[in-house]
Design a protein around this ligand. Structure first.
Ligand SMILES: NC(=O)c1ccc[n+]([C@@H]2O[C@H](COP(=O)([O-])OP(=O)(O)OC[C@H]3O[C@@H](n4cnc5c(N)ncnc54)[C@H](OP(=O)(O)O)[C@@H]3O)[C@@H](O)[C@H]2O)c1
Length: 223
């Protein structure tokens, strides 16, 4: 990994599952230095090694979650939804001063229903306090889509919610770099609706098959 890389270092916390490695792969292929986080450093190292092998370059390292968070500029939380609170409690100090992107969608795949308020991202902001700028994104992006068409723009859009517009802007830029169109979609309370959309998308998948995501229409995008 080059120390001269001007791009921010990204930590994917809980990056050993399904969603985290997919996001990491797209950012790594766009040149971002990646730290894969896990509760076990060895597990993170194994996922990082897989990413490096896939891309044929040394762009990812594996670390225990809090070590990864401390060394990163921007952190992305992709722990299993049921571990959201416990994971954040353990990472509170390590996340101080960072932007945290919360990808959590609290939906039961067997019985998809709207999640209860507050949004996972709002709960994260309340738990972490004002020293962390929480944003919410990727709740509607299926892990399966992320591994395909590297280097191309995906056929889906990403809704980015944040109370802090500068943090939202940074996350939209990251999202575009990963080959996904991004839209600012309001504050962290709106992330509850985005989580709920995942419930709709799973219901669509169950009925029609496939890996549904969302598209925004009727908006002029800056070139
Ligand atoms: N899968 C998708 O298509 C998808 C799409 C959109 C959004 N999301 C969201 O992305 C997040 C991750 O989803 P996923 O499908 O990737 O989940 P996952 O594969 O089930 O789990 C992700 C990681 O969570 C960590 N974890 C498990 N229990 C934990 C605990 N008690 N404390 C801390 N970490 C724990 C594990 O990492 P270690 O064992 O290495 O610590 C695991 O590799 C979820 O919030 C989900 O709602 C998923």
């Amino acid at each position: 990994m080059s120390k001269a890389n001007p791009l921010p270092t990204l930590a994917i916390l809980g990056g050993t599952g399904k969603e985290g490695p997919g996001l990491a792969l797209r950012w790594a292929s766009a040149g971002y230095p990646i730290l894969i986080g896990s509760r076990q450093a060895e597990k993170a190292e194994a996922t990082a090694a897989e990413l490096n092998a896939k891309l044929g370059q040394d762009c990812a390292r594996g670390l225990e979650n809090s070590a990864a968070a401390r060394q990163a500029d921007i952190c992305v939380l992709t722990v299993v939804a049921t571990a959201h609170q416990v994971a954040l409690e353990g990472l509170k100090d390590a996340l101080l001063g960072k932007i945290l992107v919360d990808a959590t969608a609290r939906v039961d795949f067997r019985d998809p229903r709207p999640p209860a308020a507050p949004s996972a991202a709002r709960a994260a902001q309340e738990l972490l306090g004002p020293g962390v700028r929480v944003t919410a994104a990727y709740q509607n992006v299926p892990a399966s889509a992320l591994k395909k068409n590297l280097g191309e723009t995906l056929d889906l859009d990403v809704l980015v919610c944040a109370d802090d517009l500068d943090a939202a802007q940074a996350v939209m830029q990251l999202t575009e770099a990963a080959g996904m169109n991004a839209y600012y979609a309001g504050n962290l309370d709106n992330a509850l609706i985005v989580e709920g959309l995942t419930s709709l998308l799973i219901s669509i998948n169950k009925h029609h098959g496939g890996h549904a995501s969302i598209r925004v229409t009727g908006v002029e995008r800056a070139a």
